[in-house]
Design a protein around this ligand. Structure first.
Ligand SMILES: Nc1ncnc2c1ncn2[C@@H]1O[C@H](COP(=O)(O)OP(=O)(O)OP(=O)(O)O)[C@@H](O)[C@H]1O
Ligand SMILES: [Mg+2]
Length: 329
């Protein structure tokens, strides 16, 4: 059911911007202050059966998204202006109000580049901002669980016209570490970006590092490491080592292979100790740096783990979120 023209809360829905696994996003206006905003409304098919388990599940997820976002205050995280619930034609709608980013998503921005790959320097910049947002969320015990290009919105940066900033949206599948066990057994995410432990419903902060590494791989080579139907993807993410990115894009330094393959380790404990450490290692592997020098902890299994190293120098697959619950409650 199209909601264009509908009044919801204080807002007037103007037109649909797009839809995803959880609902539909509209450009809307707040007529009180003449401000354009983006409003995410829970998918209407589910809301047609307000007492259905899946509807209740979607509404619970939606409000959890609202609470998770409301706690976050970071320059690279899209803030939450407002949220609410409203009954329209007998159907309960739940909505989130966010800043409208006219520049659109990273996916769209990349599409507009006609498949021209970004430089390693620009990818390092995007990853630095993304990792800073995610490290902040992890420090608040929030795991995003759906890190992918369509969930980053672009924000023009006047000081760097060729490369806008990124802001992370869609904490819809975020799982608070303190969440109850009934929620923790859900499988949520987008298959192209999902770490092995996410497929088994046991996400950890390093799950976001894996997804950001998939996205980084995609930015640097033009393709994510694994493609295919969801079940095939589950097999590949769980069992198959990814090709080194330099085998797809030979201009990449070998150090980048090591960093990405570390962040893409099947076992989350073999990845970097934090997503910030992953971003730092990628930066150190970048074109401005000559390499790494081991400083201490040579006994560590993984040589790129945060405490052991320092630098010596200064699709796109538009995958949809998967929402499958083992234990809907
Ligand atoms: N605040 C916003 N400003 C501008 N565009 C937005 C905003 N929020 C979302 N969008 C765009 O709306 C579209 C739908 O977003 P939505 O989050 O529902 O789905 P998705 O991210 O594409 O997929 P999924 O639900 O699987 O994460 C996307 O193209 C997204 O870039
Ligand atoms: Mg999204």
């Amino acid at each position: 059911m199209p909601f264009d023209g509908l009044h919801i809360g204080h807002y007037i829905l103007l037109r649909s911007i797009g839809s995803g696994g959880m609902g539909e996003v509209y450009l809307a206006e707040d007529p009180r202050i003449h401000r354009q905003v983006a409003i995410k409304v829970v998918r209407t098919e589910a809301s047609a059966y307000p007492h259905d388990d899946s509807t209740k599940d979607a509404q619970r997820l939606f409000l959890r998204e609202a609470r998770a976002i409301a706690r976050l205050d970071h320059p690279h995280i899209l803030p939450l202006f407002d949220c609410g619930e409203e009954t329209v034609n007998g159907t309960m709608l739940t909505y989130l109000v966010m800043p409208f980013r006219p520049e659109g998503s990273l996916t769209r921005w990349l599409e507009q580049r006609n498949s021209e790959l970004l430089s390693l320097t620009d990818v390092v910049q995007i990853v630095r901002q993304a990792a800073s947002a995610l490290q902040y969320a992890h420090d608040q015990q929030i795991i995003h669980q759906d890190v992918k290009p369509s969930n980053f919105l672009m924000r023009a940066n006047n000081e760097r016209p060729h490369l806008p900033d990124v802001v992370l949206a869609d904490f819809g599948v975020a799982r608070l570490s303190s969440a109850t066990s009934s929620v923790s057994h859900s499988i949520r995410g987008t298959p192209t970006y999902m770490a092995p432990e996410q497929w088994s419903g046991e996400p950890v902060p390093a799950t976001d590092q894996y997804a950001l590494a998939v996205m980084t791989y995609e930015l640097l080579t033009g393709h994510p490491p694994f493609q295919g139907a969801p079940m095939r993807m589950m097999y590949l993410h769980t069992n198959t080592p990814p090709q080194p990115p330099s085998s797809v894009n030979p201009s990449l330094p070998k150090e980048v292979d090591t960093v990405l393959l570390t962040a893409l380790a099947k076992n989350p404990q073999e990845r970097f100790l934090s997503i910030a450490a992953f971003a730092r290692a990628l930066e150190s592997a970048g074109p401005c740096n000559s390499g790494y020098q081991q400083k201490r902890s040579p006994e560590r299994h993984n040589p790129y783990l945060e405490s052991g190293w320092r630098t010596t120098g200064n699709d796109f697959c538009s995958g949809r979120s998967l929402r499958r619950s083992h234990n809907p409650s």
